[in-house]
Design a protein around this ligand. Structure first.
Ligand code: FAD
Length: 382
């Protein structure tokens, strides 16, 4: 049984504890799903999560508007990740993909949200390009005003849900000013003429991922989210909400690695006794538990701070993401070590965690970028 004592921390309200309990039961019944056909698995997960109401917190409820509850997003991601990384991915992308509409969309644009919250429409967030990943301000894709709309030209890459999404939120250069101040955000339905899947990308922990091509893709002016030139601010505001949830997913992977290791060291006999009696093994377990708790404190501090109404949680979210993802990598590596040969055996849970965790230290701001963000926040405040 995973350690649930963190749910008693003062960051949470009773509805968070109930959510954790109910979702745990749902996960035990429904996860993991069969990953052999990754697109089909993802579609099934979105549909099931939507059907059973778990996607509701990912976007604004237009009938009952209010801010997104980041603690709910984090508890959900942590729990899903502990059971099935793909389920966490399916959940997370419904939120990241529609974050710009939730935060900055017009009532007309927010009509999409009922469908994404019900799992009927799959969404994607298209920011990165072949020559602009960490360096977002270097974006090359253009959106040119043309009559009553815009024409989008260029490429996006590493787009999660690319190939299965119904809806892409696309960032492009509209040129109001050089660099970051000349970007805008657009809603682009997948069937829009000129939008193509140039390449499906395979990674070490498979999930739907693609490079997209935009060949004179025409969208109406009503597809623009916010004002022209707001794109960078919109992207950063979305990441400000969702960045700590990446830490929560890492925490879920780390907790699973720790749970599997606790079972292993209790069951496995080495030198005539359970291996958990070896003090060096106890040292690993202590380090893992410490990293898990410290990561949880940072993740839920960031989530709580945002939920308490902070305009921005740039420092808190960067710390949460950096620490939780880097430490989860270390925790999982220790779990692999404690499992011996089984730890590197294809299909073993700790082997899959070892692959799952790696990309989290790269996307939504690589670990190095988070350090720059934290240092700038600290020096700016000094
Ligand atoms: C599995 C996966 C899913 C993704 N999903 C999406 C998605 O849905 N939508 C989307 O838009 N993008 C997505 N991305 C793209 C992701 O955000 C980028 O890969 C990431 O921003 C890094 O950009 P890059 O790959 O171009 O690497 P680069 O920008 O070339 O950076 C390479 C490395 O340089 C280092 N570095 C970068 N900046 C600094 C700095 N300032 N100081 C010191 N070191 C630095 C870091 O170690 C970084 O990893 C995804 C990526 C992956 C791997």
């Amino acid at each position: 049984m995973p350690d649930r004592s963190f749910l008693n921390w003062p960051f949470f309200e009773d509805h968070h504890r109930q959510l954790a309990e109910h979702l745990e039961i749902w996960c035990a019944k429904n996860l993991p799903v069969d990953h052999h056909d990754i697109d089909a698995a993802c579609r099934e997960l979105v549909q099931k999560l939507g059907r059973d109401g778990w996607l509701k917190p990912t976007a604004l409820d237009t009938d009952n508007p209010g801010p997104l509850d980041v603690r709910t997003l984090c508890i959900t991601r942590e729990t899903l990740a502990r059971h099935d990384g793909l389920a966490d991915f399916a959940f997370a992308m419904q939120g990241l993909g529609t974050g710009a509409i939730t935060l900055f969309g017009t009532p007309e644009q927010q009509h999409w949200l009922a469908r994404t919250r019900a799992g009927e429409t799959i969404s994607a967030f298209a920011l990165s390009e072949p020559r602009s990943g960490s360096d977002v301000a270097n974006m090359e894709m253009t959106a040119t005003r043309d009559g009553d709309g815009y024409v989008l030209s260029g490429e996006k890459t590493w787009i999660s849900n690319g190939g299965i999404a119904d809806l892409y939120i696309v960032f492009a250069r509209t040129g109001e000013a050089p660099g970051a101040k000349g970007l805008s955000a657009f809603i682009v339905p997948a069937e829009t003429k000129g939008l193509g899947i140039a390449e499906r990308l395979e990674v070490i922990a498979p999930h739907p991922l693609a490079r997209l091509s935009f060949d004179n893709v025409r969208v109406p002016a009503a597809a623009l989210i916010g004002k022209p030139g707001d794109g960078f601010r919109i992207a950063m505001s979305v990441l400000d909400v969702f960045r700590s949830t990446v830490g929560a997913a890492a925490l879920g992977f780390a907790r699973r690695a720790l749970d599997e290791s606790l079972k292993r060291v209790a069951e496995r006999k080495l030198f005539g006794a359970p291996m958990g009696e070896l003090q060096m093994v106890q040292g690993h377990i202590a380090d893992m538990a410490l990293d898990v708790d410290a990561a949880a404190l940072l993740v839920y501090r960031a989530a709580w701070t945002k939920d308490m109404g902070a305009a921005r949680v740039t420092r808190e979210a960067a710390m949460a993401k950096l620490f939780a993802t880097d430490k989860a990598q270390e925790v999982i590596d220790k779990a692999v070590q404690l499992h011996g040969g089984d730890g590197v055996r294809k299909g073993h849970i700790v082997e899959s965690l070892y692959r799952e965790i790696r990309a989290l230290r790269i996307y939504e701001g690589a670990s190095d970028v988070q350090k720059v963000v934290i240092a700038r926040q600290m020096m700016g405040a000094a």
